[in-house]
Design a protein around this ligand. Structure first.
Ligand code: AQP
Length: 345
């Protein structure tokens, strides 16, 4: 049976890229016959310093975004990473499985650490190992993410494979099937027209929470007039829209807006261009504003309603943590047996 896991960092400024590349797809996954776990990854968030007073609000805001987007906390497990201790425990064991050389290749660390690498936290460096633990504590088979997480998912697969190989005898000795491996080799689910939503100011840069320009992104809590203003100001080129996808090559801003439109409407880029090929950007942007506001206005107002009363959110997180731990705890017990720890009797 499929088990789906994914997470979002509570680092503020949730944006359209997080929604279309991840959260909207989490909702779609609920229709499959799979157990889905959706996690607010607060332990990942603190790999870069977070204001403690703001962090609590950000955690509740991501939870609110999950719920407002349509994740059903009864059907799916919605929880907060730091409330389930098995993530950190498994991450340590994986720190001893993963190789330095593998982590040295991670491009997100290089981007986020910047030039002053000596001053980056160990947590930022070990981030992908914790992510492997998040996924494998549940032995998740499928992980829907945006394209920026592809390399981290590959590392998760490498860690699972190495653990399965390094401990194959012990895995069999403890009654697990060493043939299929103790940990699954997780499938990343990356795709669709919004796998990589780009900045509205620069079509070659990813839309990101940390971009200094608020005009570079559409925040999930932006009001209708702000959304309209940001779309109208979005960078474009002077040509009309092409009638085929091939015509978007070398036009990153046009490609991005068409991709966003397609993802919001649940159609392909081809279908968008069938309707808008030959149109000027002014007309296309008006249609995009309408579509974006239609989706985001109710989402944003439901998020605001939910965060205004944290009692409901906190109860959902507590219930989710209990259900998540019920899956992760036996996995960790088995892992401790496999690596040779003596468990408390
Ligand atoms: N621009 C994007 N397009 C598509 N998917 C995206 N995701 C993020 N940005 C885009 C996906 O959203 C999920 C949650 O991301 P995250 O919060 O865990 O981490 P992130 O990738 O670091 O997010 P940001 O917004 O880009 O933040 P900063 O500014 O810190 O770099 C993931 O599935 C991610 O792929």
């Amino acid at each position: 049976k499929e088990l789906v896991f994914s997470g979002v960092q509570p680092t503020g400024n949730l944006h359209l890229g997080n929604y279309l590349g991840a959260i909207k797809r989490f909702v779609d996954m609920q229709a499959r016959d799979a157990q889905c776990l959706y996690c607010v990854v607060d332990m990942h968030a603190i790999t870069l310093w977070q204001d403690p007073a703001a962090l609590k609000g950000q955690i509740r805001e991501v939870t609110a975004a999950f719920l407002a987007a349509g994740i059903d906390p009864k059907r799916s497990i919605v929880f907060n990473q730091s409330q389930v201790p098995q993530h950190a425990e498994l991450a340590w064991i994986f720190n001893c499985v993963a190789r330095l050389g593998w982590l040295n290749r991670m491009t997100q660390f290089k981007d986020k650490a910047g030039k002053d690498r000596e001053n980056a936290s160990i947590g930022l460096y070990a981030y992908p190992v914790l992510m492997a633990a998040d996924i494998l504590a549940y032995r998740a088979t499928h992980v829907p993410v945006g394209e920026d997480q592809k390399q981290h998912l590959e590392l998760t697969r490498d860690i699972a494979q190495k653990f399965n190989n390094d401990f194959s005898e012990s895995i069999s000795a403890h009654g697990h099937d060493a043939g299929s491996g103790f940990f699954p080799i997780t499938e990343p689910l990356i795709g669709g027209p919004a796998a990589r939503v780009m900045s509205l100011r620069d079509g070659t840069k990813k839309m990101s929470k940390s971009d200094a320009s608020d005009n570079s992104r559409i925040n999930l809590t932006d009001e209708a007039d702000t959304i309209a203003a940001k779309v109208r100001k979005a960078k474009t080129d002077p040509d009309a829209l092409p009638s085929e996808v091939a015509g978007l090559a070398g036009r990153p801003e046009a490609d991005n807006l068409v991709g966003i439109f397609a993802a919001l409407k649940d159609v392909s880029r081809d279908e968008v261009l069938r309707d808008y090929g030959g149109a000027q950007f002014s007309a296309f942007k008006s249609a995009l504003v309408e579509l974006a506001v239609e989706t985001l206005a109710p989402l944003g107002s439901e998020m605001k309603r939910l965060v205004s009363d944290p009692v409901e959110i906190d109860a959902i997180l507590a219930d989710g943590a209990e259900r998540a731990e019920a899956i992760a705890a036996p996995t960790l017990d088995a892992v401790k047996d496999i690596v040779g720890f003596v468990r408390r009797g």
